[in-house]
Design a protein around this ligand. Structure first.
Ligand SMILES: Nc1ncnc2c1ncn2[C@@H]1O[C@H](COP(=O)(O)OP(=O)(O)O)[C@@H](O)[C@H]1O
Ligand SMILES: [Mg+2]
Length: 273
């Protein structure tokens, strides 16, 4: 941080801040969005660094991070809160969204398209000028403090047409697209996160690239940075490279046996049979 509390892109993260190597200008954009009280949507494939990016920025900005993994059973009450009964008395328990608003935290809704449409509607008054959270069941209307920020992420890749965000929801967000990091960056990430040297990390990244090229035809999703990190960790812990790639990259990407063989061939070709 410099004197004005701003974070510079590419600056080494101080202790206690989760490691994140930016792909572009996303750190500065996140900070601008936060300062201007704009909600943020982050899109990108599984395992490309979305969650890590948010954790990194929350720590950099010194805000508590409240993460919700969205799923199709998630109700508005799961986000906002509900009355509970304990020792014969009824009491109100804040949900994660309400807690984040009260604390001036960053509320991160992961895979937001999984949530039901009626659930995402509770976000609307928080994501326009009003920045309020009406809690129907208690009659309370919370005003979000300036430090509060709503961040949502989703993976545009494996979406069926029925899903996706309603325009009335998505047009409330500033949107940043992340992809898999370019090879040079990904090599540093895999080395750091996987605990391997850069030479080995480079080979894994090269393999990841080759698998991604192939997967455009056979698979819904390519080998993620996360899976490359897993492979690296296994190798660092003593698993043979080929076996690590088999379990972290080949079998985890597909169940189809023909595709498994095709991926295994790519592994052999890149690592040298
Ligand atoms: N830019 C990055 N800087 C540091 N680590 C990264 C980066 N991108 C990916 N990673 C690594 O990949 C893993 C998966 O990333 P994650 O943020 O969980 O992906 P997503 O939320 O997009 O599915 C992280 O735990 C981290 O080890
Ligand atoms: Mg995630």
């Amino acid at each position: 941080m410099n004197e004005t509390g701003k974070v510079r892109a590419g600056e080494a993260a101080p202790k206690g801040i989760p490691f994140y190597l930016p792909q572009g200008n996303e750190c500065a954009l996140f900070e601008h969005a936060w300062r201007n009280r704009l909600p943020l949507l982050i899109k990108g494939p599984t395992g490309c660094g979305k969650t890590r990016f948010v954790a990194h920025m929350a720590a950099r900005l010194g805000r508590p991070l409240i993460t919700v993994a969205c799923h199709d059973d998630l109700t508005a009450a799961d986000l906002v809160g509900r009355h509970l009964i304990g020792d014969g008395v009824t009491y109100w328990a804040d949900g994660p969204l309400t807690r984040a608003v009260r604390e001036g935290g960053i509320c991160y809704l992961d895979e937001v398209v999984e949530a039901r449409k009626d659930t995402t509607v509770v976000l609307h008054p928080l994501t326009d000028d009003r920045r309020i959270l009406p809690i129907e069941r208690t009659g309370e209307v919370l005003e979000a403090p300036p430090e509060f920020m709503l961040v949502v992420s989703y993976n545009p890749g494996y979406q069926n047409l029925l899903k996706g965000l309603k325009p009335s929801t998505r047009q409330r967000f500033v949107a940043i697209r992340l992809g898999f990091p370019p090879p040079e960056l990904e090599r540093r990430i895999v080395a750091h996160e996987g605990g391997v040297d850069e030479a080995l990390a480079g080979r894994l990244v090269q393999l990841g690239q080759a698998l991604r090229n192939l997967t455009e035809h056979d698979l819904e999703e390519g080998a993620s940075t996360r899976l490359l990190v897993y492979a690296a960790r296994l190798v660092a812990s003593g698993v043979h490279l080929r076996e690590a790639c088999q379990v972290a990259l080949v079998e985890s990407l597909t169940d189809d046996e023909d595709t498994v063989s095709a991926l295994a061939e790519v592994v052999d070709a890149v690592l040298g049979a």
